[in-house]
Ligand binder design. Structure first.
Ligand SMILES: Nc1nc2c(ncn2[C@@H]2O[C@H](COP(=O)(O)OP(=O)(O)OP(=O)(O)O)[C@@H](O)[C@H]2O)c(=O)[nH]1
Ligand SMILES: [Mg+2]
Length: 467
């Protein structure tokens, strides 16, 4: 691994007006750059003793701001290098002047994620933990926050390291087996090696089960409100996001465009999309609105098929909704306050009966925006539906939140399985063992034990400047 030797500087808090802004420096010259902007060596505070200092222009000596200066000495710092944190006043200009002063005193402006990249290169954290820090910063839901915290605390790394050790152990078992091929009863029967490999495949499957939904945590699951005009889609949409975002009128065809809003339900992130009512369009604008709705339906993770409770859902509607879409559909009977049938007869004709045989229909709720009845049901049903594997996973199972994580684990799974199959079908042990080594390198790639620059570029590009 190559060590960077530049000393880097950057604003680490969001730019703009605020009470405070933190500028960070990291690298071998951190101390001397600091000396350059506090008016000399004698003003440099002791390590881990925060002190108030005047920050000055390194050339003119002109006062820029006063700041609390904290020094860290490598390797006991975030990056593992000598570091300085300057807590100055927030604002558009001050932090820029401070960064500029540091640059003139010998530092270079940091690139995206460069501080964390250095932390990784100095072994302060592995690649999964580095990704977790980016996830934690970007988290907008409790579920994403939790997944990121577990990863940051090495929840996933520990599991992966344990799997890697088991692979090494499997290799050792196999070596024992190979060493005594002539004996009737070798010290390690092949059966035992096969059983251990089978266990590993199962454990990898447990981890992989959270992947599709874990990746959704980062963007939020897409839930599309669809149905005929005037079904009450926009009213329900507004009620669920708690804001009058969409226009509601008694005129069919009110919504023409698609509206998107971010919402948390049960701690899980969702992107809710209200769409134009689906029907034969009466004009160009409506036609385009329906086209847009179709695009959203194709990408949806769940579809809310809205239909007034006193009307019957139709097979054609459901077919229309699922054309080009593969998401599960929840039937939402809206305006239940207008439905005067007694509860028992409602249940008999309730949705599932009328459109039975369409397997994409996974649930049925009755709501009234007017009375508020049933409104708390969707925030409960949607997380269970869309994030099922996370909701039902054992609490200590870490969630895979990135395609990189699931891709490498899937490779490991395929290789261990091929190893098992090879042994079962009589492949020479030495040949089967190559699969174990491939699985091992997949796990190493996941942790970043061995890493290539372009993998790192992809991981750290996602970070903000200053992190
Ligand atoms: N009584 C009653 N009326 C409702 C309820 N929900 C919606 N409405 C009324 O139904 C009409 C249509 O509501 P919208 O929310 O605009 O329906 P939409 O499905 O978005 O309609 P388009 O945008 O035209 O496709 C409005 O007059 C609403 O006030 C409800 O729960 N009870
Ligand atoms: Mg509408």
């Amino acid at each position: 691994m190559t060590m960077d030797v530049d000393t880097i500087v950057s604003l680490s808090t969001p730019p703009g007006e605020g009470a405070l802004a933190v500028v960070r420096l990291s690298g071998p010259l951190a101390r001397s750059v600091l000396a350059g902007i506090v008016g000399g060596e004698s003003a440099v505070p002791d390590v881990r003793c925060p002190a108030l200092r005047r920050l000055v222009d390194p050339e003119s000596g002109e006062l820029i701001d006063e700041a609390i200066v904290t020094r860290y000495e490598g390797p006991g710092s975030y990056t593992g290098e000598d570091m300085v944190e300057l807590s100055c006043h927030g604002g558009w200009l001050i932090s820029e002047m401070v960064v500029d002063a540091c640059a003139r005193a010998g530092a270079r402006r940091a690139e995206r994620g460069e501080f964390t990249r250095r932390a990784y290169l100095h072994g302060k954290l592995d690649l999964v933990q580095a990704e977790a820090i980016a996830d934690l910063i970007h988290a907008r839901s409790r579920a994403m926050h939790r997944a990121a915290v577990v990863q940051m605390e090495r929840g996933l790394s520990r599991r992966v390291s344990a799997l890697r050790e088991r692979l090494v152990h499997l290799e050792a078992l196999l070596a024992h087996h190979v060493d005594f091929p002539e004996e009737d009863e070798p010290p390690v029967p092949l059966k035992r090696v096969i059983a251990a490999a089978t266990d590993m495949v199962e454990d990898l499957d447990v981890l992989l089960a959270t992947a599709p939904e874990g990746e959704l945590l980062r963007e939020g699951a897409l839930v599309v409100f669809a149905g005929r005009p005037n079904a009450g889609k926009s009213s329900l949409y507004n009620a669920l996001i708690g804001e009058e975002r969409a226009i509601v009128t008694e005129e069919p065809g009110t919504t023409r465009d698609a509206l998107e809003a971010v919402a948390q339900m049960g701690g899980f992130p969702f992107r809710l999309v209200d769409t134009a009512g689906l029907r034969d369009p009466s004009g160009r604008i409506e036609e385009m609105g329906i086209e847009i709705a179709r695009g959203y339906l194709g990408r949806a993770d769940a579809i809310l098929y809205c239909i007034p409770a006193d009307e019957e859902p139709s097979r054609e509607d459901v077919e229309f909704l699922s054309k080009g879409a593969s998401a599960p559909i929840i039937l939402v009977r809206t305006k239940s306050d207008l439905d005067e049938r007694p509860e028992a007869s409602v249940r008999k004709t309730g949705g599932e009966v009328a459109v039975s045989g369409i397997d994409r229909l996974v649930g049925h709720v009755r709501v009234s925006v007017e009375t508020g009845s049933g409104l708390d049901e969707l925030p409960q049903r949607l997380p269970e539906l869309v994030y099922r594997s996370i909701v039902t996973a054992e609490p200590d199972v870490p969630v895979l939140t990135r395609a990189r994580q699931s891709r490498t684990l899937r490779v490991a799974r395929v290789e261990v399985d091929a190893f098992r199959e090879g042994l079962e079908s009589g492949l020479p042990a030495e040949v089967a063992a190559t699969h174990l080594r491939s699985a091992e390198s997949a796990l190493e790639e996941l942790l970043g034990t061995v890493s290539v620059d372009d993998v790192l570029d992809v991981v750290f590009r996602e970070f903000c400047i200053g992190k």
